[in-house]
Design a protein around this ligand. Sequence first.
Ligand code: NAP
Length: 305
Amino acid sequence: MEKVIIVGTGCAGLTAAIYTARASLSPLVLEGRMPGGQLTTTTAVENFPGFPDGVDGPELIQRMHQQAEKFGARWKYGVVEDFEAGTPHRLKVDGLWMETQSIIIASGASPRYIGIEGEEVLIGHGLTSCATCDGAFYRNVPVCVVGGGDSACEEATFLTRFASEVYLIHRRDSLRASKIMADRALANPKIKPIWNSTVTGYLTDEAGEVSGVHVKNLLDGTMSELAIKCVFVAIGHDPNTGPFRRSLTTDSNGYLVQVGGTRTNIPGVFAAGDVADHIYRQAITAAGQGCAAAIEAERWLADFE
Ligand code: NAP
């Protein structure tokens, strides 16, 4: 019987691991298919407090991992397949059921990419899903954003601080985004919408960095090439909540609902980071929630015993 199982090893999960380990709870941390989470797909992280010269995403994760390990966190590679709420709670991990008094779910969200063959290798080389993380690397060069929702408009507007032009490539002729965000984006002279179009392929330079995209006009089928230095894909995220949806309350997009602090609707089950947050999605906010979830789990366990 575990006291606390932490699902996920991104910023939220690792911060929860540091705090619960320091509280002598000997947490068991489950590393899933993408150890380290979304930070492992970025290069320099310039907005995490305490690193004035920036820090590599994977290095930051590695340091958090070491810190948690130093205080006694334990690790297990495993993919959660099912969850049953109860006393104790049960998690099915790679076919085996495990029992635990409390769970901190920090399984994150996965950004959607377009689905073009081979695009995984371009992530971090001119293909990204995070303008806040990577926008500042593309100063005075053209970039494009793919999508038509609030994220796409927000990212495009943010990118105008750096890029010379921001092409907004959307598959329809109107934006799904809220009116205020759509109006703000379309009023920006640096944002140039390309309507009724999709990206069908990437062009790369000798260094393997993205140098352009193939664009297909969906109305007449014509193809064109657009020279840009980075593609920001903003076509939504999918929270990694599959095994929990049967028991835990989620919103209409599948994100876990926090009913107060980081508590979920099931006592002893806490949610932290992008698995429950579709608004901020930052490493530092995820870390903050991981800390809060650990403190709440510790208090809950004290009452439980
Ligand atoms: P979203 O609202 O689901 O929009 C996704 C966009 O991507 C849509 O325009 C969609 O096109 C397009 N798309 C989806 N799959 C595509 C594909 N395979 N190829 C090309 N385009 C594709 O996602 P989101 O913008 O990330 O927003 C998610 C939620 O977070 C929303 O509730 C949003 O309001 C919220 N959000 C809020 C803020 C804020 O308030 N500051 C900021 C960001 C997000 P169609 O329009 O044709 O479906």
